[in-house]
Design a protein around this ligand. Structure first.
Ligand code: DGL
Length: 264
C-alpha cells in the first residue's frame, strides 16, 4: 500500500549528527515531509554498551513509529546502526535505512591502500565493521580510532559554541601515530556528527587527505526506496527530542528548517 502523502521520513540520531544526513536528503527530496528525532537524553551513544543502545533505539523507534506513522526510518547514526539495525528491522514493519561506515567507497579511492576510520568507541569495536572491512577492504589496511570528543565538539559547534581545537588535533594524531598511520590518504568519517566538523578536521590533517562519509549515498538510497511516492508537507518540518529543549537547540534546528520542536 502506498503511504499517505504526508507520512514523514523519520531521521533518527542520538543528537544533532543526523543533520549531516538531513542536508543531503533535502537536496535529493526537497518536498518530502521529514521528522528529525534526536535522543538528546541518551547522548552520547558511543560510550554506552551494546545492550543499552539496542534497547534504547528499538524502544524509541517503536514508539515513534506508532506515534508518527513514518513511511521510512533512517537511523542517521553509525553507532545505533552497526549495533541495532538488524534487530530494529526484525521488529518494525517500516523500511529502515541504516548509516554504516563508508569503507567500500573509501577502498575505491585510496591510493596508498591505508585508510583511517574515525568513529565512536562503540562503533569501532563492532563485528559489523569487521565484516565491512573483510568484504571491501581486505586488500587495504584499515586503521580505526575512537574519537568520542568529536561528538561533543560537533554538538558545541552546532549550538553556536566554539569547540576546543585540541580535540581535532587529538583525533588526527590518534590515527597518525599508529603503525602505517603516516600513509593514510583517506579517512572514513564513521559517525554522522563528524562531517559537521569536517572543516576543523581538515585544518588538523592538511589538504592531501580525502574524507569520506555516507550521507550522500544514504540520501540517494532513501530517494530510491521512496521513488514514485507522493509527498505533501502540511507545514514546516518538525523535530522531536528527548531530554531538555533549550533555546540553543531550538535555534540550531530552525536553521535546518525544523521550525516546530517538541519533546518526545
Ligand atoms: N552520531 C552518532 C554516530 O553516528 C554517534 C554520537 C554518539 O556517540 O551518540 O555514531
Amino acid at each position: 500500500m502506498e503511504p499517505a502523502p504526508d507520512s514523514p521520513i523519520l531521521l533518527f540520531d542520538s543528537g544533532l549528527g543526523g543533520l549531516s544526513v538531513l542536508a543531503e536528503l533535502r537536496r535529493e527530496l526537497p518536498d518530502a515531509p521529514i521528522i528529525y528525532a534526536a535522543d538528546i537524553a541518551g547522548l552520547p551513544y558511543g560510550e554506552k554498551t551494546e545492550a543499552e543502545i539496542a534497547a534504547r533505539v528499538a524502544g524509541l523507534l517503536g514508539r515513534m513509529s506508532e506515534r508518527f506513522g513514518p513511511r521510512l526510518i533512517c537511523i542517521a547514526c553509525n553507532t545505533a546502526s552497526t549495533i541495532a539495525l538488524g534487530m530494529v528491522r526484525n521488529v518494525l514493519h517500516v523500511p529502515i535505512v541504516g548509516t554504516v561506515p563508508a569503507i567500500k567507497p573509501a577502498a575505491a579511492v585510496t591510493q596508498t591502500g591505508t585508510i583511517g576510520l574515525l568513529g565512536t568507541a562503540a562503533t569501532i569495536r563492532q563485528a559489523y565493521v569487521d565484516d565491512l572491512e573483510a568484504r571491501f577492504a581486505a586488500d587495504n589496511r584499515l586503521i580505526r580510532y575512537a574519537a568520542p570528543g568529536l561528538v561533543g565538539a560537533a554538538e558545541t559547534k552546532l549550538r553556536g559554541g566554539r569547540p576546543d581545537d585540541a580535540v581535532f588535533a587529538d583525533a588526527i594524531a590518534g590515527l597518525r601515530r599508529q603503525p602505517d598511520g603516516e600513509n593514510i590518504d583517506t579517512v572514513v568519517l564513521a559517525c554522522t556528527h563528524f562531517p559537521l566538523v569536517e572543516e576543523e578536521l581538515r585544518a588538523a590533517i592538511g589538504p592531501e587527505v580525502t574524507f569520506i562519509h555516507g550521507a550522500e549515498g544514504i540520501a540517494r538510497r532513501i530517494a530510491s526506496l521512496t521513488l514514485g511516492q507522493q509527498f505533501q508537507r502540511n507545514g514546516p518540518d518538525r523535530a522531536i527530542a528527548t531530554g531538555e529543549i533549550d533555546s540553543a537547540l531550538v535555534n540550531t534546528l530552525a536553521q535546518y528548517g525544523l521550525e516546530n520542536v517538541a519533546q518526545f
